[in-house]
Design a protein around this ligand. Structure first.
Ligand code: GDP
Length: 714
């Protein structure tokens, strides 16, 4: 039958790890008593080692779930080693009980003093051939008198914590000191509240050596406060000092035997329970029968929970099992696949078109700077239509201009700009993958993903932009244009101008509507023109006056005042300043429209259609061909130096930096970050554990079916 308790203790631990549902609890022994009643000494006497935190300032602040596991000695083999283990901490076995004591002290001190006590239990298991199979819960001792450095509410907090643990089905071990009147024992008082008949309370009377034997015996005879399970008297601590090489436990044991042995007439062992050995045996019996009587109820409860979990698993997940590993692997595969699909956007023709777009913008900037803003540019249109002007006889001014425009374009930092444009595209892609499901649940992984992809990009950007710049170098000096290329460039230039033309027209239209119609805009423009005229006139006068003034000795201030007075005409206020600004923009757009129309006429002329020899007259077609060549060359080298490298490295970095880097614990953490996966895993785990518990419980019922003395049943 000892086997039964051992099994049930195992099952109890498993049930505790499933959840804290009261229906799924097997009994444990809860140790309560006031401070200094000798609670720790009793527990240590049962274990046979000193391992509980010592000190006078409230050393037990958290419940300790103490599971004792008897490891039987096999004849002919060395005795099994004694050790303790904190399953919640994952720090492995501890064979030195001083280490266990230190760990418990640290765990208790980690509770902030503002909180004083915590409900979160410490799980401690002790494996030894010298302990019985027992589960004990050590609770903070009841505070009798609140001291100054303890919060007011401490007393209630401890009482509340104890109350929670002494509920059914637990067994209460009420520790009382022999030298304190039982009437004053907070442990007995608390127990009586929940177990008035004392059916599940054992009394332990400590410090028997501190009262006369007869007085001690009277307490144990169980008359004043009768408990069904009785009282056990112990001497848990000896007053003797241990000799060299002796453990305190050994000395205590000897002291206790000595004490009870020297009063055989009083402590007749037939009717009275004395000594730590008796206490252990009693606890084992009580726990065992309590567990045995819980067996039926717990089996039913587990069966119900298992049925519910199985049903939910079927309904919610169609019995599909997952593991953290499979989730991680799937996520990485999905990441690679998503990336793979996205690389379609980085195929060469697409990149080339993107780069061309960027370069066309540059071409427009160059044209604006060198041609549209040049007062002489209408001239270029006129000479283009004049058949007498040949490419050779054209003014050098225009030849230089074309050279300048071409080198402004080729020397604008094409290598860097085109590389950065593509790299930015990759960055945006990675950012969007990293912020989308499921990586939104995995912020650290997302961060690492971004980090290493940026690192690859940083590594490649310099090399790539140098390479591109190097390869477009020839275009900085000379560009050969084939007739076919020329025609394509000319057509594209026409297209772009038409677009620009539409844009200017629509802007102009917007302004027209804004100021209130074409007529109104016309008069506004007229007004701005007169203002400008007048301004010019005034500047001239001012200059003249300054000269005069300088000659006649008039000081500068007077001349400025004169100029300002002049400015005070009421006409300046005829239109609001915002409208004057609109008018100026409108003027700019119509000037632009004018020049664009002229340029379009040239681009469509016979002269321009003739071919590349007309480049001086049609810089737009020429620059477009240059832009096209630049885009072609850039895309070629960006593909080799940046994209191919990135596409090669990225999936490998996923493996080395995201996948292989994870240990089992991190894999579980990763998977559980995703709420959908977490719920799935939780339910699956719950079902598995319940199944395992059920299996164990079933094996127990066959064990119980043996023709052995069965536990009493109601
Ligand atoms: P706790 O606060 O309830 O855990 O009490 P402890 O186990 O720390 O014991 C309080 C004090 O009583 C300590 O100084 C122990 O040495 C002493 N003590 C505990 N049990 C006995 C005992 O059976 N006999 C004697 N003489 N002293 C004891």
């Amino acid at each position: 039958l000892m086997h039964l308790t051992k099994k049930l203790i195992e099952i109890r631990s498993m049930l505790l790890s499933i959840d804290q549902n009261d229906a799924l609890k097997l009994p444990s022994i809860v140790v309560i008593g006031s401070q200094s009643s000798g609670k720790s000494s009793v527990l240590e006497a049962i274990v046979g080692h000193e391992f509980l935190p010592k000190g006078n300032n409230m050393v037990t602040r958290r419940p300790i779930e103490l599971t004792l596991i008897h490891t039987p000695a096999t004849p002919g083999q060395p005795a099994p080693k004694e050790y303790g283990e904190f399953p919640g901490l994952g720090i492995g076995k501890m064979s030195d009980f001083a280490d266990i004591q230190r760990t418990l002290t640290d765990l208790n001190l980690a509770v902030p003093s503002s909180e004083a006590v915590s409900n979160d239990p410490i799980d401690l298991r002790i494996y030894s051939p010298n302990v019985p199979d027992l589960t004990l819960i050590d609770l903070p001792g009841y505070v009798q008198i609140a001291s100054l450095d303890q919060p007011e509410s401490l007393k209630e907090q401890i009482a509340g914590l104890c109350e929670k643990y002494i509920r059914e089905p637990n067994i209460i071990l009420a520790v009382c000191a022999a030298d304190v009147d039982l009437a004053n024992s907070p442990a007995l008082r608390a127990s009586r509240k929940v177990d008035p008949l004392g059916l599940r309370t054992i009394g332990v009377i400590t410090k028997m050596d501190l009262v006369p034997p007869e007085q001690g015996a009277t307490i144990l005879t169980n008359n004043r406060y009768p408990l069904h399970l009785g009282y056990v008297g112990v001497v848990a601590k000896s007053v003797d000092k241990p000799k060299k090489g002796e453990s305190t436990a050994l000395v205590a044991r000897r002291g206790e035997r000595g004490y009870f042995g020297s009063h055989p007439e009083v402590f007749d062992s037939g009717s009275m329970m004395v000594g730590t050995d008796t206490l252990r045996r009693r606890l084992m019996e009580v726990l065992e029968s309590s567990m045995a009587s819980s067996l039926h109820g717990i089996t039913n409860a587990v069966q119900l929970e298992l049925e519910e979990a199985t049903y939910q698993f079927k309904v919610q997940y169609n019995d599909r099992r997952i593991s953290p590993e499979s989730y991680v692997a799937e996520t990485m595969d999905m990441l690679k696949l998503r990336f793979q699909n996205a690389t379609e956007q980085f195929k060469r023709p697409i990149i080339r078109a993107k780069l061309k777009g960027m370069l066309e913008d540059k071409v427009m900037d160059v044209l604006e700077q060198l041609y549209w803003l040049d007062k002489r540019s209408p001239e270029l249109g006129t000479i283009a239509l004049d058949p007498k002007v040949t490419p050779d006889s054209v003014e050098p001014y225009w030849k230089h201009k074309l050279g300048a425009a071409s080198s402004l374009l080729t020397k604008s930092g094409v290598g860097r700009d085109s590389t950065v444009l593509v790299a930015d595209g990759l960055r945006t892609l990675i950012d969007s993958i990293a912020s989308a499901e499921p990586f939104n649940y995995h912020p650290q992984a997302a961060e690492r993903l971004i980090e290493f992809s940026h690192m690859i990009l940083r590594d490649r950007i310099g090399v790539t932009s140098d390479q591109v710049e190097n390869c477009i170098k020839p275009f900085k000096y000379d560009v050969d244009v084939e007739p076919r290329e020329w025609e394509a460039g000319r057509e594209r230039a026409v297209e772009l101008y038409e677009k620009e033309l539409k844009m200017c027209e629509s802007k102009l239209g917007e302004i027209r509507t804004k100021v209130g119609g074409g007529r109104r805009l016309g008069s506004l423009i007229g007004y701005v023109k007169t203002l400008e005229e007048r301004q010019k006139q005034r500047e001239k006068e001012k200059a003249a006056r300054r000269l005069e003034g300088a000659a006649s000795g008039e000081d500068a201030e007077t001349s400025i005042r004169a100029a300002l007075e002049h400015d005070d005409s009421p006409e300046s206020y005829r239109y609001p300043p915002a409208q004057i600004l609109d008018a100026r923009y409108a003027m700019m757009y119509s000037e632009r429209l004018h020049i664009l129309k002229l340029r379009l006429a040239t681009l469509r002329s016979k002269r321009c259609k003739a071919g590349p020899q007309s480049e001086t007259f049609c810089p737009e077609a020429f620059l477009n061909v240059v832009a096209d060549k630049l885009a072609y060359t850039s895309s070629l080298f960006i593909n080799i130096e940046l994209l191919e490298q990135f596409f090669y490295q990225f999936p490998r970095e996923i493996d080395t930096r995201l996948l292989y880097d994870l240990d089992r614990k991190e894999i579980v953490e990763f998977a559980r970050q995703n709420p959908v996966v977490r719920r799935h895993l939780d339910l699956q785990e719950r079902k598995d554990k319940l199944e395992e518990v059920m299996k164990q419980l079933n094996s127990l019922s066959t064990l119980r079916a043996d023709p052995q003395p069965k536990p009493r049943r109601q």
